[in-house]
Write a protein that binds this ligand. Sequence first.
Ligand code: THU
Length: 133
Amino acid sequence: MSVSRDDLMAAARAAAEGAYAPYSKFLVGAALAFADGSVVSGANVENVSYGLSLCAETVAAGKAMSEGRRGGLVAVAVSGPKAHAITPCGRCRQVLVELAMLDGSDPLVWCDGPGGVREFRLSQLLPEAFSEL
Ligand code: THU
């Protein structure tokens, strides 16, 4: 049984506290929920060479895959600064698809914002995603 929307968003918000974002000062957290009930979170990690910076979703997906996960992604939560409605950037959408496509799943993506949490399917955020599988 995977975690609830509220719990996953709480994990994303908590993860944002670990962000290393001295350049943008835009702290982002992401949390991935898996079918076995596990949660893997990440935060953005910037670099003085700005283009090398990593988004929170990419860090979380990298952690999950490097720990051996190859599917089972049920939901993703993303949270940024309080006043900001956030959605995953285009690059992160493709990174998340890499994990989802391994077992053909189409995870929910919960996006935090001042107006409340918005819900999407990953396939809505990146329709016709590139795949070689
Ligand atoms: N960022 C994320 O971590 N996730 C997103 O979906 C959008 C942007 C980060 C990248 C950069 O460190 C900062 O937010 C400002 O763009």
